[in-house]
Design a protein around this ligand. Structure first.
Ligand SMILES: Nc1nc2c(c(=O)[nH]1)N[C@H]1C(S)=C(S)[C@@H](COP(=O)(O)OP(=O)(O)OC[C@H]3O[C@@H](n4cnc5c(=O)[nH]c(N)nc54)[C@H](O)[C@@H]3O)O[C@H]1N2
Ligand SMILES: Nc1nc2c(c(=O)[nH]1)N[C@H]1C(S)=C(S)[C@@H](COP(=O)(O)OP(=O)(O)OC[C@H]3O[C@@H](n4cnc5c(=O)[nH]c(N)nc54)[C@H](O)[C@@H]3O)O[C@H]1N2
Ligand code: SF4
Ligand SMILES: [Mo]
Length: 711
């Protein structure tokens, strides 16, 4: 009887099962793989599964993170209501109460301390529409100069290097489709195999086609395994290594003289400087044997086409921007740009790492890569926004410098959208202390992150499943992320939150948007004629054409797959080389008697950034559930660190405890710790406050530390 009943119920259950399919894009890296969430519901339960969807960039692939992304998006810890901190505990309040409170507090702070006492901290995980609106929100609704975003810790070195060298910054100068045809490539400080896994087949195809691959990394990684030549550089020595390569290229007469004459300024200065260097000294300085430098230089110089890719290994340094410029010097010296299968790629990090750096979240920037200090640019944007140019604030300071101003008491209020600076910024203890000093702090997040925990008010935002909008991927391809999953509790879209707060502050007339598409229409106007010109792109085109690579200046324009074919973006049309000294302006930490090892930091495949999202995913968390320190077995022996035991790592800033992982893959003078964990495992407790003087990037990739076993 029971058996029969069970069978009956099972049959009934099957009959009532319904299936819904939601289109979206992965919330994580810059590949922005297109995917679908499949929801199967029966009367008793719902089951979810993510599958990949074909598209020109990821070609229907997704990686382990994308496959399980929905686990955090539908996690019970997602916040559903505005939360107000009362006597140290968060309590649910209504949106009306939340908006009223923001109005009171923001008005009070600004009337007591001036407009610039409020600050805005944004993100490259939000859509173009939201990034654009956040910049407008800071300047028009709050009238503050203080806005910056987490891309400062991510893409700022590459962006400033490309802007200074080429006159313009789009991560990839070529479409991703050209990668398989290139003859030689340098992968400098990039671990694409773990960080952009679905891009790998392009590189694997290049290798199958005979491309010679040179990797530069202090560790052997899944990416360096692809390489024909691995330069296991000392952390932080990339600029000097690039000088070595340049020196050989020039001495072996592998430069492209005609290209240099026609299209480049500054070669003679570089030539003169590298001639004065000694290759053996460079080998000593960088830890890379001179034969390997010669090999890299001659192959790259001789092949008819070549590409250079850099990522955070080279860039997250206190000389990151100039180090990237030195790699661009190699590209220019050999004429390997602006022609087929040759070019540069700064491998973008976050989902909208490209788009979010174009539309005005940066302290010195207005939409379309316009400058906030250029009179003509100011006037143009003021017109689009319907305000007076005089009312547009001037430039502020970088993300970490804003935190310093919170500590100094100059900034009293913070509106944080989609970032977790307590875990992601250097000198974590200092960051926490600075944020705690704020008079009023609003965090907009999906979860009560380590930073949101410090907020006075948390506003619940919607996730990648729920928020449609455009994202600009690793190629510079603007894509439309469809999203229609039901809203989570009372959560609102980030753009909606901005419009509602602006309205509460009596600035609603500038923020009367009803959909992301309406905001995009304004972006088209705001970027028209700018470097990052989106004016020819429409939602309809994005749907039909599966994304468009900017610049796209009119609706008949197909988008730009290869940049700089005829000229660079500087006024005289030429690229600018610059001599890069082996001695950087800001001195880097070196191992000492007290702190005898280099520490470098980075990522693992299964976690994403500060881990707020991926630590909530049971499948991803299970793959790597705690932080660790990668250490060479010989070094581990020396410091009596057994494998898989707890180890204390100390720098001048603080200490953390993580588990040891012995591995011959890493240099003997270096340890590596990923940064996806918080509190006592937060590696940013150890990192210094020093910044790159040009782009204000922190030096996440080099610190001096000591290690000891935890008894
Ligand atoms: N799984 C995963 N994927 C991600 C992310 C994630 O958190 N997890 N984050 C996304 C984001 S926002 C970003 S910015 C990208 C980052 O992508 P990547 O920059 O590729 O990632 P990292 O691991 O930070 O650093 C890359 C490599 O630099 C090496 N390195 C360290 N120090 C040095 C050095 O001094 N010189 C050189 N040449 N190399 C060095 C490290 O050993 C590491 O293998 O990844 C994106 N994709
Ligand atoms: N030591 C060390 N530190 C580093 C790095 C390193 O290599 N080493 N890398 C740096 C780099 S490259 C980066 S990009 C930064 C990243 O640093 P963060 O920006 O601080 O990192 P995330 O973990 O992405 O934080 C995003 C937060 O926003 C929330 N969130 C996710 N989606 C949404 C949304 O749609 N709306 C809203 N409102 N909230 C959302 C998440 O829950 C999370 O709390 O870290 C930097 N810090
Ligand atoms: S993490 Fe990156 S590579 Fe993996 S599925 Fe998401 S977008 Fe694609
Ligand atoms: Mo990043």
């Amino acid at each position: 009887m029971t058996e029969m009943l069970l069978r009956y119920f099972r049959k009934k259950q099957k009959e009532t099962q319904t299936e819904k399919i939601y289109d979206t894009q992965c919330p994580f890296c810059s590949m922005q793989c297109k995917m679908q969430l499949i929801e199967q519901s029966t009367v008793t339960r719902k089951r979810y599964q993510t599958i990949a969807k074909d598209n020109p960039t990821s070609e229907g692939r997704i990686c382990i993170k994308g496959l399980h992304a929905h686990q955090h998006a539908i996690h019970g810890d997602r916040i559903k209501h505005p939360l107000l901190k009362v006597n140290g505990e968060f309590q649910k309040i209504s949106w009306d109460e939340a908006l009223q409170l923001i109005k009171e507090k923001f008005t009070e702070i600004q009337s007591l301390h001036g407009n610039d006492a409020l600050s805005v901290y944004g993100s490259a995980t939000i859509t173009n529409e939201e990034a654009y609106l956040l910049g407008k929100f800071a300047r028009v609704a709050l009238k503050t100069r203080y806005i910056d975003y987490n891309g400062r810790l991510c893409m700022s070195s590459a962006a400033s290097a490309a802007t200074q060298t080429f006159g313009m910054d789009r991560g990839f100068t070529n479409s991703i489709q050209e990668i398989p045809q290139t003859r030689c490539m340098i992968l400098a400080g990039t671990n694409i195999a773990e960080c952009q896994p679905t891009i790998m087949p392009y590189f694997e195809r290049a290798k199958e086609n005979g491309c010679f691959i040179i990797a530069i990394d202090p560790r052997e990684t899944a990416t360096t395994k692809l390489a024909d030549l691995h330069l296991k550089v000392k952390p932080g020595m990339d600029a000097a290594l690039a000088n070595g390569i340049l020196k050989v290229i020039i001495e072996e007469e592998l430069i492209d003289q005609s290209f240099l004459e026609r299209r480049v300024d500054g070669f003679s200065e570089v030539n003169e400087y590298v001639a004065s260097l000694d290759l053996e000294e460079i080998a000593e300085l960088t830890g890379v044997p001179s034969e390997k430098i010669v090999k890299a230089a001659t192959v790259f110089g001789k092949e008819e086409s070549g590409m250079i890719f850099t990522a955070r290994g080279v860039e997250q340094q206190t000389d990151g921007s100039i180090a990237v410029r030195n790699f661009l010097n190699i590209l220019l010296a050999t004429g390997k740009i602006g022609k087929p299968f040759s070019g540069f790629g700064a491998v973008t990090g976050q989902g909208n790492g490209q788009g979010a750096r174009e539309h005005g979240q940066k302290s010195d920037q207005l939409p379309g890569y316009r400058s906030i200090e250029n009179q003509e640019h100011r006037r143009y944007i003021a017109d689009v926004w319907g305000i007076r140019e005089e009312d547009l604030p001037h430039k502020g300071v970088s993300a970490f410098e804003m935190i310093e101003k919170m500590d100094e008491g100059e900034i009293k209020g913070l509106f944080l959208m989609c970032s977790n600076p307590v875990v992601s910024n250097p000198s974590a203890a200092f960051v926490k202390q600075a944020i705690k000093k704020l008079d009023f702090f609003v965090a907009v997040d999906l979860f009560v992150s380590e930073t949101a925990r410090l907020a006075d008010l948390i506003l619940p935002a919607t996730s990648y499943l729920e928020t449609p909008g455009t994202m600009t991927n690793v190629e510079g391809r603007v894509t439309l992320r469809e999203a229609s999953f039901p809203l989570w509790g009372e959560a609102k879209h980030d753009w909606e939150i901005l419009c509602e707060v602006a309205k509460a502050l009596e600035k609603g007339e500038y923020f009367s948007f009803n959909s992301p598409e309406e905001i995009f229409e304004e972006i088209r106007e705001a970027t028209r004629g700018g470097l990052a010109d989106y004016s020819g792109i429409t939602y309809d085109r994005l749907r039909q054409e599966e994304g468009i690579l900017w610049p796209c200046p009119d609706e008949d324009h197909r988008g730009t797959t290869r940049l700089f074919e005829h000229q660079f973006a500087h006024l005289n049309g030429k690229a600018k080389m610059v001599a890069v000294s082996n001695k950087p302006e800001v001195e880097k930490e070196k191992p000492t008697e007290d702190f005898p090892l280099y520490l470098t930091t980075g990522r693992v495949m299964s976690h994403y950034l500060t881990g707020v999202q991926t630590r909530k995913s049971s499948t991803l968390a299970a793959r790597e559930f705690e932080s660790y320190m990668e250490i060479h077995p010989a070094t581990a022996e020396k410091y009596q660190i057994k494998d898989q035991t707890l180890v204390k790592i100390e720098s001048e800033r603080g200490s953390i405890v993580v588990r040891s992982k012995r591995s011959e893959a890493i240099r003997k003078d270096t340890v590596f710790v990923p940064f996806h964990w918080a509190d006592s495992q937060n590696v940013n407790q150890l990192i210094s406050k020093k910044l790159d003087p040009t782009c204000k990037m922190p030096g996440f990739k080099v610190s001096a530390v000591k290690i000891s076993p935890v008894e």
